[in-house]
Ligand binder design. Structure first.
Ligand code: PNS
Length: 162
């Protein structure tokens, strides 16, 4: 069985992420979506909430599993026996950071871990979790960016903050 992991912060998941998940799930037998639980960063949503958002959004994709992980991605992959990392590339500007991350992961895994890139669908090429949060903060329309239930969660979050 060919498994892969799609790691990320997903704070929150957008339609751009979901598009990559669906396309990768069509290629691999099993896709783990790995949600980084980084105690040093303060994301808008806790790791548990981010995992639940992804679980809800992927509930109709039987070969997709959502889990959180901490520490090094290469260690997490080793513990699961997974040697393919999936990442999305929106534009050339993503490439440098992605290449560096891929090389580090390869080095840390004794050259076992490879990264495959999906070019983001053109209609999501401008989309990021950060821009979605900013739009939500100022009450903008999120219809084309995140599922409705995520938009509601974002608006509630920013209501509480204000
Ligand atoms: O969605 P993001 O924030 O671009 O995802 C980045 C992520 C989570 C894939 C990356 O930060 C990561 O793998 N972090 C775990 C720590 C790690 O393994 N670092 C070494 C590679 S740079």
């Amino acid at each position: 069985m060919k498994s892969a992991i799609y790691p990320g912060t997903f704070d929150p998941m957008t339609y751009g992420h979901l598009d990559i998940i669906k396309r990768a799930a069509n290629i691999f037998d099993e896709l783990i979506v790995g949600v980084l639980d980084n105690k040093e960063k303060t994301p808008l949503f806790s790791a548990d909430v981010r995992v639940n958002i992804l679980k809800e959004a992927t509930k109709d994709l039987p070969n997709v599993k959502v889990e959180s992980f901490g520490g090094l991605l290469s260690d997490y992959c080793k513990s699961k026996g997974i040697y393919v990392v999936v990442r999305g590339l929106r534009a050339v500007t993503d490439f440098e950071y992605e290449l560096q991350m891929s090389q580090i992961n390869r080095k840390l895994s004794d050259n076992k871990l490879d990264t495959v890139y999906f070019n983001t669908s053109l209609k999501y090429s401008y989309l990021s979790s950060s821009s979605v949060k900013q739009i939500a903060q100022f009450g903008g329309d999120l219809t084309d960016f995140v599922p409705d239930f995520v938009a509601d969660m974002l608006l509630e979050k920013f209501d509480q903050k204000n």
